[in-house]
Write a protein that binds this ligand. Structure first.
Ligand SMILES: N[C@@H](CCC(=O)N[C@@H](CS)C(=O)NCC(=O)O)C(=O)O
Length: 172
C-alpha cells in the first residue's frame, strides 16, 4: 500500500485497520499486521534474515542485534524525536529544545562510536542491526546534525552506503 503522509493517508480508515496508531512503517505478513519499526526489523530478521545471513540465529548474537535495534528506537530515538519536534513551526522553546536534544544525541552517538572501534559493522558482519540504525543516522545527517566528532560512525555509514541494496534504496 502506497501512502501520501502529507495528505494524511496514514490516518484514513483503510490504513488504520492495519495500524490503529496511524504510523508507518507497517507490514502484513500471512494476514497478521505488524507495526513498530523495531518489531518489523526483528520479525523480518527472524523469519527471512537468518537464511539470508542478515540476522543471527537465536542466541547471544541475536541478543546483540536486538539490543542495537531497540536502542535506536528507544534511546537514540528519544533524543532524535526532541530534535524533530524543535523543527515544528509551533514548537515552544525550539532553540533550547534543539540544543539539549543535540547534546543528548551526541552523548548517545559516543556509545555507538565506541561500539564500532575495530569493527566493520555492529555485529562484525553486516546485519539488519546496521540497516536499522543506518535509517536513524541518515535522518540525523539530513537534519544537518554534525557527525564529524564520530569518526567510527562516519566510516561505518560510508560502508553501509556502499551496500548495493542500501545504495539503491537511498537513491530513491
Ligand atoms: N515508533 C514508531 C514511530 C513511527 C512514526 O513516527 N512514523 C512517522 C513517520 S517516521 C509517521 O508515520 N508519521 C505519519 C503521521 O503521524 O501522520 C516506529 O518506530 O515505527
Amino acid at each position: 500500500m502506497k501512502l501520501d503522509l502529507k495528505a494524511g493517508d496514514a490516518h484514513k480508515p483503510d490504513f488504520l485497520k492495519i495500524n490503529p496508531n496511524g504510523k508507518v512503517p507497517a507490514i502484513v505478513h500471512e494476514g497478521t499486521a505488524i507495526w513498530e519499526s523495531a518489531a518489523i526489523t526483528m520479525y523480518l530478521g527472524e523469519v527471512f534474515g537468518v537464511d539470508a545471513k542478515l540476522y543471527p540465529a537465536s542466541g547471544p548474537k541475536r541478543g546483540e542485534a536486538m539490543k542495537w535495534i531497540v536502542w535506536g528506537n528507544v534511546t537514540l530515538g528519544e533524543a532524535a524525536s526532541r530534535l524533530a519536534y524543535s523543527f515544528a513551526p509551533d514548537a515552544e522553546g525550539a532553540d533550547q529544545t534543539a540544543a539539549k536534544a543535540k547534546t543528548d544525541i551526541a552523548a548517545r552517538l559516543k556509545i555507538l562510536d565506541d561500539a564500532l572501534v575495530n569493527k566493520s559493522f555492529l555485529l562484525g558482519e553486516y546485519s539488519l542491526a546496521d540497516t536499522h540504525l543506518h535509517g536513524f543516522l541518515s535522518w540525523l545527517g539530513m537534519m544537518q546534525f554534525d557527525l564529524k566528532a564520530f569518526s567510527h560512525v562516519t566510516e561505518w555509514l560510508k560502508r553501509c552506503n556502499q551496500r548495493p541494496a542500501l545504495a539503491k534504496l537511498m537513491a530513491g
